[in-house]
Design a binder for this molecule. Structure first.
Ligand SMILES: [Ca+2]
Ligand SMILES: [Ca+2]
Length: 242
């Protein structure tokens, strides 16, 4: 009897212990101005650590193209940059809150209050610098997540730079990059502006390719059977440092 109880406990807890670790990243303060022009070549970016996205779903058939993301902060903004290797840059959506995730797009999901997983902010940005932004929130009675896209972040600065020919399918592109600056004032009420030592939770994602050959890559593996990054309990940790 005791053996079977132990076996049942082992079966119940094993999936948790087998999950990949939650990644951590130190967000350094920008020591010089960052010009949001889509090219993360400002002097400040050189000090930022690099995140390379991983490919959690082997069943997807899109090319595994490298993405590097970096983050910085200062008194007014959180800065995020992405450098995407891409042999075929495809993006069509141009209006705020269009479904940019159907294009070549990068994302950041931000939870300024990691003690809870019921609310977070989403930014999904395509290679044309179109922003789809929203709040995701958990609601009773089923505790399912809801997406409120009428919410618009204020004062976001966003730009991309293209090394190739967008939406020309027959040639070979090199890639694209994106810079975004998000004012801290958007998060008032849920969290104050971070100070050194504070931790926020986040995931960083990319959608790449054209159906039926698409692929999603992520900073933190959401540990889902199908591509789904909306798992706040699996977000990585951003530690703000000087
Ligand atoms: Ca692409
Ligand atoms: Ca919106």
């Amino acid at each position: 009897m005791r053996f079977f109880v132990c076996l049942l406990i082992l079966i119940a807890v094993t999936p948790v212990f087998c999950q990949p670790p939650i990644p951590h990243y130190e967000v350094k303060r920008a020591t010089s101005p960052i010009v949001i022009d889509g090219k993360p070549d400002d002097k400040a970016w050189a000090a930022a650590g690099k995140i390379e996205l991983i490919f959690p779903w082997d069943a997807q058939t899109g090319a595994k193209q490298k993405t590097t993301a970096r983050l910085l902060w200062d008194d007014n903004y959180l800065y995020v940059s992405y450098e995407c290797e891409d042999e075929d840059i495809v993006a069509f959506h141009t209006e705020r809150d269009d479904p940019t995730y159907l294009d070549d797009a990068v994302e950041i999901f931000l939870n300024p209050l990691p003690s809870q997983t019921g609310v977070y902010f989403g930014l999904e940005m395509n290679a044309r610098a179109t922003l789809y932004d929203y709040i995701m929130y958990k609601a009773l009675p089923s505790d399912s997540m809801h997406l409120f896209k009428q919410f618009d972040l204020q004062g976001v600065k966003l730009a991309t730079s293209i090394d190739g020919t967008m939406n020309m399918r027959g040639d070979k592109d090199k890639g694209w990059s994106l810079e975004v600056a998000i004012p801290w004032s958007n998060f008032e009420g849920l969290s104050k502006r971070p100070e050194p030592g504070d931790v926020w939770a986040a995931n960083i994602n990319r959608w790449d390719g054209v159906e039926p050959n698409r692929r999603m890559s992520n900073w933190s593996d959401p540990v889902q059977p199908r591509p789904n990054p909306h798992v706040p309990a699996r977000f990585g940790q951003l530690l703000f440092v000087r």
